[in-house]
Design a protein around this ligand. Structure first.
Ligand code: BGC
Ligand code: CA
Length: 155
């Protein structure tokens, strides 16, 4: 009996360790890449709603810091022709772009002619996968778009 009990306890311990999410895992529905977890949300909302929705799950709209991260973000978008909000905004001073996650705005992928505050209208929010070149556009923050959230692994 004692042997069976010990075997059962051992089985239980092994099973708990194997099934417990490791700290480096992303939550269900999020995709790991580098040191972050990412989620494409296809529901279309304005930029502030998108950022707040990301914040409600301990994330921000994604920042885009490199070509490799940019290509990864594009790969998350379904269907692949959809534009998506990311965390860039220049509403404080026009032309001074910031990332909503506080990181440095040191990589860009603007489409030719962008950012342009099209036809004199303020376009203070950043969307990616804008046209066939999969490049960046400054859009009106009130526009409804899909979006991509990102958060550090383990958050
Ligand atoms: C968009 C602008 C963009 C322009 C480029 C418009 O439809 O609203 O943000 O700059 O297209 O041609
Ligand atoms: Ca524009």
């Amino acid at each position: 009996m004692a042997v069976i009990m010990r075997a059962l306890i051992l089985l239980f311990l092994v099973f708990s360790v194997e099934s417990a999410p490791a700290e480096e895992d992303c939550p269900y529905g999020w995709t790991p890449f580098g040191v972050k977890c990412y989620k494409f949300v296809s529901v279309s909302v304005d930029w502030v709603t998108a950022e707040k929705n990301c914040q409600s799950v301990d994330a921000n709209l994604a920042s885009v810091r490199s070509t490799i991260e940019h290509n990864f973000l594009l790969s998350l978008i379904v269907p692949p022709t959809t534009s998506a909000w990311v965390g860039g905004h220049d509403g404080e001073i026009d032309g001074q772009w910031l990332w909503s996650d506080g990181s440095q705005f040191d990589f860009t992928g603007w489409c030719s002619g962008e950012p342009n505050n099209y036809q004199g209208n303020p376009e203070n929010c950043l969307l990616i996968n804008f046209n066939n070149n999969h490049c960046w556009n400054d859009g009106q923050c009130s526009s409804a778009m899909s979006y991509i959230c990102a958060k550090p692994l383990g958050a």
